[in-house]
Design a protein around this ligand. Sequence first.
Ligand code: PXP
Length: 239
Amino acid sequence: MKRLGVNIDHVATVRNARGEVHPDPLKAAIFVKKKGADSITIHLREDRRHIRDLDAKKICSIKKLNVNLEISTNNNIVKNALKIKPKYICIVPENRSEITTEGGLNLLDNKKKIKKIILKFKKKKIRTSLFINPKIKDIKLSKEIGADCVEIHTGHFANLIKSKKKFSNELMNIKKCSILATKIGIEVHAGHGLDYKSTKILSKIKEIKEFNIGHFIIGESIFFGLTNVIKKLKKIIKN
Ligand code: PXP
């Protein structure tokens, strides 16, 4: 059964725009779970531009929520995450000037550092995932450094579809990586830039077990509401 992870970072973006308390990310986390989200994703960025430490702490303290905390390899962020103790961790690259996470991790250059971080979370029985580009060498490296899961960066794929360009090569890359990862015992997730159309195409890859979707869900909910958008996505990933 494929799972839907709902990224609620942009609920915090709207809240922060006013510097007040509404809309509350904690309330959003509980609400999306009620509406069918299998997990909740939050990204504690180094600049705290959306989710803040207190949000992460409160959301992760609710035991019934399966929280996937995205973090960079920054030492302070890792320390915070170990204290916050989410159920799942996804390590992502982070660059201050980017609007959103622009690509997967550079595993080759950061092998030692990431391996050490993974070990720290494993000791606390926290499932660890690495956000990577759809490249065979990154799947092999993920295994070598001990990741439980990989999340394949689907941003390029999603952009090709949005701009009505040929996407078969990128789809094949994602498929090949998903097959290899599954074969060597790594669970496969997918995320970034996904909407109904791109999710529908990727849902045909049986090896992808989890989709993490944020911006589209929050944006589309302005018109159709979280309940309807989550329901529609759940239906898409089930088929
Ligand atoms: N997965 C990861 C690892 C991410 O960093 C992000 C963006 O924060 C997402 C999924 C969600 O991407 P989007 O908001 O484009 O759906």
